[in-house]
Ligand binder design. Structure first.
Ligand code: RFL
Ligand code: PHB
Length: 394
């Protein structure tokens, strides 16, 4: 028999966006139900983002889940760009007065799950056939099946935080939804290795053999990436092949501090820029990867999801606390204005730092000229820095 549950906000997707929204709303006394098609271990185990903007750290603080982040997160005051072995440091602190924090998405997610469980949050994991319906009515519903039993969540609002492959965006009629997309002709192969980072700051390198990124998770754990073919599989990339490519692309100077070892995680991610408009349809709101994707080059995906959710939490809390729907009405427009700016930055940095198979000799010279300009112009470096540390929320 179908079980009906009543709540204020039904959140589809229990990734970092959905979890944070639930946590922020709980802080305002607003009840939520969280539904995910995966289980908790799977969600927590996804190795993804590593760099948090100050605004993201602020949001996690506001949500009361930043204690471990402050203990274990690494503050980074700058990062490097490298071009065929030549290096240029972007001094985030000097150029913007801000820093970023290196703290894995797995850790953010774990901290949020711990707090939600402590507050007895209602979760449904391994949910199947999740369907948001009646979104234009005053009482939308989310239908799904869990452990073989059908459920209906009857709510005031639905938050679609179900990532790029979720169902929420699909619930917006085709004649309302507009999408914009660029698919890049390569992917990123990432590994985790228990060796100290090659450098104490991140290095983004463009080399004739392709892009490489030296990142980290802690003082003893490194996260490294190389640009790979779209059709590549992890079986094409033995550890030996990875280390050889990675060292060559970083250049002899940066590779000097490199300690190799057996990788314990290896995965490939395609690169895409994508935006769906509008981000609200009736009582459904999209947030995070459900509405937009950026290539990982600017470290923006998780940070964008957090920014969306902060604005959504404000809109919903104004509705419940002050009967003010201004922020609900303007949610899509406000969020999209920022989303497009971040899309632009991620696209531009991706264009600068990768080898594109279709690039002519002229375009390769343009990339080099842009890098040389960055090295010689504080204004150009500041533009990168200002975007990297995070644009204002509005
Ligand atoms: P998520 O994390 O994809 O979570 C969506 C959740 O929805 C669930 N779901 C469903 N639930 C119910 N019904 C359905 N039909 C459902 N379909 C899906 C899923 O199981 C999942 O639990 O979206 P969210 O919360 O919007 O968060 C977005 C971030 O995860 C993402 O933007 C970042 O990981 C992107 N990203 C990075 N972002 C950064 O800010 N800094 C970085 O350094 C960074 N590095 C990266 C990245 C992403 C990468 N990959 C693998 C794409 C590096 C990589 C390699
Ligand atoms: C990461 O550490 O996974 C990472 C860091 C910076 C990026 C992308 C990914 O731009």
């Amino acid at each position: 028999m179908t079980k009906t549950i009543r709540t204020s906000v039904c959140i589809i997707g229990s990734g970092p966006g959905g979890l944070l929204l639930s946590q922020l709303l709980a802080g305002q006394g607003i009840e939520t139900v969280l539904i995910d098609r995966q289980d908790e271990a799977h969600i927590e185990g996804r190795i993804r983002a590593g760099v948090l903007e100050q605004g993201t750290v602020d949001a996690l603080e506001e949500a009361g889940v930043a204690e471990r982040l402050h203990r274990e997160g690494l503050q980074h005051d700058g990062f490097e760009l490298a071009f065929d072995g030549d290096r240029h440091r972007i001094d985030l602190q000097a150029l913007t007065g801000c820093s970023v924090t290196v703290y894995g998405q797995t850790e953010v997610t774990r901290d949020l799950f711990a707090s939600r469980h402590q507050q007895a949050q209602q979760f449904f994991f391994n949910a199947q056939d999740v369907r948001p319906v009646s979104l234009k009515s005053d009482r939308p519903e989310v239908h799904f099946v869990c452990d073989g039993r059908p459920y209906i969540v009857s709510c005031d609002f639905v938050a679609g935080c179900d990532g790029f492959h979720g169902v929420s965006r699909q619930a917006i009629p085709q004649d309302v939804l507009r999408t914009f997309e660029r698919v890049y002709p390569f992917g990123w192969l990432g590994i985790l290795v228990d060796r100290p980072p090659a450098s104490h700051e991140l290095i983004y390198a463009n080399h004739a053999r392709g892009f490489a990124l030296a990142s980290m998770r802690s003082e003893t754990r490194s996260r490294y990436y190389v640009q790979c073919g779209v059709g590549d599989t992890v079986d094409d990339w033995s550890d030996e092949r990875f280390w050889e490519e990675f060292a060559a692309r970083l250049g002899p100077d940066a590779a000097r501090g490199l300690q190799t070892g057996p990788s314990f995680e290896k995965s490939i991610a395609p690169l895409r820029s994508f935006v769906a408009e509008p981000m609200r349809y009736g009582r459904l709101f999209l947030a995070g990867d459900a509405a937009h994707i950026v290539p990982p080059t600017g470290a923006k995906g998780l940070n964008l999801a957090v920014a969306d959710v902060r604005l959504l939490a404000r809109a919903l809390s104004e509705h419940y606390t002050n009967h003010n729907d201004h922020y609900i009405e303007t949610y899509s427009e406000t969020v999209l204005r920022r989303v497009w700016k971040v899309e632009r930055f991620s696209w531009q940095l991706s264009n600068l730092m990768h080898q594109f198979p279709e690039n002519t000799a002229f375009e390769k010279r343009m990339q080099r000229a842009e890098f040389d300009y960055l090295c010689s112009s504080e204004a150009a470096s500041r533009t990168i820095a200002e975007n990297y540390v995070g644009l204002p929320l509005e």
